[in-house]
Design a protein around this ligand. Structure first.
Ligand code: PGA
Length: 241
């Protein structure tokens, strides 16, 4: 199975979603899991996207329910039809101060609702330059996956922070090494037989996707900017089929 996930971030309004639906010619093969992480507030449009895509959200609160003004719980996301949830995206780590411990709680809330958590990890530009990528990833994985349910599927997206939204995607052979490293770590934490699924994200576009599909060893991609255009997103889906 290949996983091609879109992260629409805070970049769409209802007219954009309607235009995407109108233009879209997406028809994935049965062996491709297409998913769109929508802004939760627009989940009302999910039904029209479901004929070719699974629908997810971009974040949920770490608490189950209660007096948390402005927050959206995993229960609520599930209630309006979310099937998966991005957790720990670097933009949330940076702008919303999310720690690995908080991200771990979010994964647990998502699992409790039988949704698939998509855990995002990745090193910063400085960490990349310092050569500490593997240490950073190992720490993120160990702390974010501590005590999570080993019997339900978690997807991990490797997204180097310096590659997100910059147009500068990581080298495919380097991605391949890191994907293997991440899979090893996941198996160390969740068990040798755990079906580790690792995606790559960071400036994936119709120009570089074929190379990524062929050489990166990733089980798919998490796409930001290029997923907003249904033709570009479709080209990326096709390159993995
Ligand atoms: P990008 O974003 O494809 O625009 O780099 C990827 C992401 O943030 O998930």
């Amino acid at each position: 199975m290949k996983y091609i996930l879109a992260n629409w971030k805070m970049n769409v309004k209802k007219d954009d979603i309607l235009a995407f639906i109108k233009k879209s010619k997406i028809k994935p093969k049965k062996t491709t899991y297409v998913g769109i992480a929508m802004p939760t507030i627009y989940m009302g449009y999910a039904e029209k996207l479901r004929k070719y895509s699974h629908i997810g959200v971009q974040d949920v609160c770490e608490y189950t329910n209660g007096a948390y003004t402005g927050c959206i719980s995993a229960q609520m996301a599930k209630d309006v039809g979310a099937e998966f949830c991005l957790v720990g995206h670097s933009e949330r780590r940076t702008h919303c101060n999310e720690s690995n411990a908080k991200i771990c709680e979010k994964i647990k809330r998502v699992q409790e609702q039988n949704m698939i958590p998509v855990l995002c990890i990745g090193e910063s530009a400085e960490e990349y330059k310092d050569g500490t990528t593997n240490q950073v990833l190992a720490k993120q994985l160990a702390e974010c996956l501590e005590g999570v349910d080993k019997y339900s599927q978690i997807i991990v997206a490797y997204e180097p922070v310096w590659a997100i939204g910059t147009g500068e995607s990581a080298n495919v052979y380097k991605i391949a090494e890191i994907v293997e490293f991440i899979k090893e770590q996941i198996k160390n934490i969740l068990g040798e037989s755990y079906p580790a699924i690792v995606l790559y994200g960071g400036s994936v576009n119709p120009e570089n996707c074929a190379n990524i599909a062929r050489h990166s060893r990733a089980d798919g991609v998490l796409v930001g900017g290029a997923s907003l255009d249904s033709e570009k997103f479709n080209a990326i889906i096709k390159s993995f089929e």
